[in-house]
Design a protein around this ligand. Sequence first.
Ligand code: ADP
Ligand code: MG
Ligand code: ZN
Length: 607
Amino acid sequence: MPLKKNLKQMLFWLLAFTLFIAVYQNVKNIEKEKELPYSEFKAKVKAGEVLKVTMRPDLIKGEYKEGDKTAAFRTIPLNDDKLVEDMNAGGVKSYSGEADKSWITSLIINLGWIAVFVFLWWFLFFRQAQMGGKQAMSFGKSRAKQQDLKKQKVTFKDVAGCDETKDELMDIVDYLKNPKKYRMLGGELPKGVLLYGPPGTGKTLLARAIAGEAGVPFFTSSGSEFVEMFVGVGASRVRDLFERAKKSAPAIVFVDELDAVARARFAGIGGGHDEREQTLNQMLVELDGFESNEGIILIGATNRPDVLDPALLRPGRFDRRINVPVPDIKGRTEILQVHARKVKMGPDTDLSIIARHTPGFVGADLANIVNEAAIMAAKKERKVVEQKDIEEAIEKMIAGPQRKSRIISEKEKKIVAYHEAGHALVARLLPGCDPVHKVSIIPRGPALGYTLQLPLEDKYLTSKSEILNKLSVLLGGRAAEELTFHDVTTGATDDLSKVTSYAQKMVTEFGMSEKIGTISLKKDESEVFLGRDLMRQPGYSNETAKNVDDEVKRIVLECLVKTKEILTVNKKALDAIAAALVEKEVIDAAEMDTLMKGLEPEGVKSC
Ligand code: ADP
Ligand code: MG
Ligand code: ZN
């Protein structure tokens, strides 16, 4: 089929080329013939310079002597009876008549033009329409691309920091490569593998790496490709995708962002019979339909395994669920190493320090940091990326880009300085708080100033006292403003919303309030927007609701009192830090140490 098409195309171009050459030759010939006025022609005949003449009713062509060369000429004949006589007299060696072929020429030229127009019309309209038709015909075809394994450059080496995940995936690849080994003992191959984990942890990257490593055809598509306006299109695309995969089995089918099609079905707003449900049903049918020995494995990826339809997750369908976790410190170091290979790193860079400063960051964040650092180094015309570029990139990522252009009045600067000094001082004095890494009153993103605390290690558990201390640190800004200026500003808005949400979680989720007790009042928040939970009651009484509010208020208030106490006792230190901030705008941990010398209090207990 493609060969035929190629042949046609070649023929077409050959024809076009020939036509072009013919026209060109013609034009060239015309150019070569010199157009003479009749009088001059006559003069040349009389002078004996003309060698040859061909006569047509509408044209006289011929050759004449020009120096020692001969040149071609043409001229328009006049009604001249004596021309033959003159030619004889002038010694023209050969003269002859010619039939009038001009109409043939003009016919050919006109036909040529018509052909050009027909061709253009065909090209513009007919072909377009045909293509459009083809597209319409392939509407229900899957758009999944089969990855070219030779072009595939991503391997498991490019994915760092999730060794367990990789091991599990390796097993699957092994299944596909040596199915006999597993079937001998009667085991069944998995049909579906679900990669789940927060965004940016490398799920898509892992799938691409599998494509590179597995050595079998790999069909990649995305959940959104199956959601079209027309009911039934998605389902037909799913069918088509699996058909294609079956033809080239053993194969892997990858559906990214699976939640786009496989959300739980529900009889909510819009009714149950929507396009997505049909698509999902078709997927279930396909999953059930192929026997595990057909050698097709469906890999899905999602950030939201909680919203997937339970039917999809039952054994025999996506029976393998593989978590792609947020990387720990070791993982982060490895991920940074992977990405640092692509940029020129200076000798002073230490990726393990960067990894320590980026708890909770996922692979995508870390890739972004390295990239930002490289851009920043290039902007400053450095030859290599230095540690400070990476640090700056982290800060930009956490707090937004620096906004040096924002002009702040002296008065506001002082307020911001006290606010941040309050955060920093409380964080430093309360035990168990993350160490203060940097305090700044240079605006960044939406914030006027910020205090950067970085934990010493990854933490998976947080104790009640640690949360309370965190609340105190958050309230430190507001408390410092109040103590110093006896007035408060809107600067604490963001702090307060965080405080409130933490306190609420303590009471309703963590069981950290004695009055409410160790029960969870957490609402299931998934899918509320789809109407499933619109009618759901909160699940507890009004009295409990009031108690929750009281407890939240009590916790926040107690922390605020405690915070104010700490700051009052350490007012001198607060003044010192704030003054330093107004002067330098940024102070780091070491500078804070120096400032605090001699001002360190005897010890503060957490609340
Ligand atoms: P997800 O699909 O989980 O949302 P992606 O796979 O699209 O995340 O990751 C986005 C980018 O982040 C990748 O292209 C890669 O550059 C980087 N990245 C994420 N996780 C890792 C990892 N574990 N190792 C190396 N790079 C990673
Ligand atoms: Mg992805
Ligand atoms: Zn604040």
